[in-house]
Design a protein around this ligand. Structure first.
Ligand SMILES: [Zn+2]
Ligand SMILES: [Zn+2]
Length: 390
């Protein structure tokens, strides 16, 4: 492994790690990141940056203005998850039932570290760096609130970048590639309405449990039979609820699930097929089936030129460690920025080096990261800005 950290980042490595431990200890849920925002804005103010708070409710934005040139946005998300931390670390969460179990604490401090280093190079920067600290990535779509509050304007952001620490990849690797890197994450609720009755006298009833059972298996054919097997999609029915007791035929069953796709085409195909199957099965068995389909985050799609810039910057830090990312069907609201502005979302390998590979996944109660990965991410931020704006 041949890692060449930026010396300016190495010089503040203790501070970066200390900041991460502080934020880890005091996690806050989406749109409640008040102390987190205060911590960040204080640090940014110390650097003499133009700081705005309350963007997208609890977000913080800072501008580093150099000479004439483009404006690039660097984004970090701020929120934690509703998980009780079980790991045994000195900086364990003191906020009951709330934990930084996705690594967003690390995202914030990598960007703070870069802001500190870059603010000292202001006179060499030809353009503007917009540091975007965004709330509520985990489900609430904080990115949309930021965009509604004008984060991509004044000055207009020409390119946008985001990092995710990635415990699916070993320390020393960086995952970068153009095209989709995270999936669309849609949700559906299906309500099967039948006709109840006595379990011993099914004639004359419409058994919502039987209809729901056909539905679950039929829905699985969308991914297995309708979409191209070379293109990743996933459909999960995660919850079934209905019925009363042993001998009662259920009049209503509710199913909840999620659909994932890397392209808008497959996303639409799943949506359309799901409706067709529900209509068809409803007709076949005489049930009324209502579908409530809601669009979640769109696919996260990187542009070619910007991915190349990240790749080159990352190579200067981790050399051969740059690789295609370990892909999952997870979703990310970074996608909303990337729908409007070219850019790249990339992944910093952060699996704790002293643990079994894949034994510390994101969103688990013993989540932790290899803290040296913070220095890799921060170094790449600095390198990228220098490459693009000097
Ligand atoms: Zn997450
Ligand atoms: Zn995350």
């Amino acid at each position: 492994m041949n890692i060449e950290l930026r010396p300016e980042i190495e010089a503040i490595s203790e501070e970066i790690i200390e900041n991460r431990r502080h934020l880890h200890k005091y996690p806050e849920l989406g749109l409640q990141e008040h102390e987190t925002a205060k911590f960040i804005s204080e640090k940014l103010n110390e650097l003499g940056l133009e700081v705005s708070t309350g963007i997208g409710q609890t977000g913080v934005v800072a501008l580093l203005k150099g000479g004439d040139g483009p404006c690039i946005g660097l984004r970090a998300d701020m929120d934690a998850l509703p998980i009780q931390e079980t790991g045994d670390v000195a900086y364990k969460s003191v906020n009951d039932g709330v934990m930084h179990a996705c690594g967003h604490d690390g995202h914030m401090v990598m960007l703070l570290g870069a802001a500190k280093v870059l603010s000292e190079k202001r006179d060499r920067i030809k353009g503007t760096v917009k540091f975007i600290f965004q709330p509520a990535e985990e489900g609430l779509g904080g990115a949309r609130y930021m965009i509604e509050d004008g984060v991509l304007e004044n000055p207009k952001v020409d390119e946008v970048y985001g990092i995710h620490l990635w415990n699916y990849q070993p320390f020393g690797t960086v995952g970068v590639q153009p095209g989709p890197v995270l999936a669309a994450a849609d949700e559906f609720i299906i309500t099967v309405k039948g006709k109840g009755g006595h379990g011993a006298a099914p004639h004359g009833t419409v058994d919502a449990v039987v209809v729901a059972s056909y539905l679950v298996t039929a829905l699985q054919t969308i991914v297995s039979r309708n979409t191209n097997p070379l293109e990743s999609t996933a459909l999960t029915v995660g919850m079934i609820e209905g019925g009363y007791n042993y001998n009662i035929i259920a009049d209503e069953v509710v199913l909840k699930g999620t659909a994932r796709a890397y392209t808008e085409e497959n996303r639409k195909m799943i949506h359309d097929r799901l409706h067709e199957i529900c209509d068809g099965i409803g007709t076949t068995y005489g049930a009324r089936i209502e579908v409530n389909y809601s669009d979640g985050y769109p696919p996260t799609v990187n542009t070619k030129a910007e991915s190349k810039k990240v790749l080159l910057a990352a190579e200067k830090v981790v050399g051969e460690g740059v690789q295609p990312p370990y892909l999952t069907m997870g979703g990310e609201d970074m996608s909303y920025y990337l729908q409007k502005v070219p850019g790249c979302f990339f992944f910093i390998g952060s699996a704790p080096a002293d643990r079994e590979p894949m034994s510390v996944p994101h969103h688990c109660s013993h989540f932790d990261i290899e803290e040296r990965a913070l220095l890799v991410g921060s170094s790449i931020w600095v390198q990228l800005v220098e490459d693009v704006l000097t």
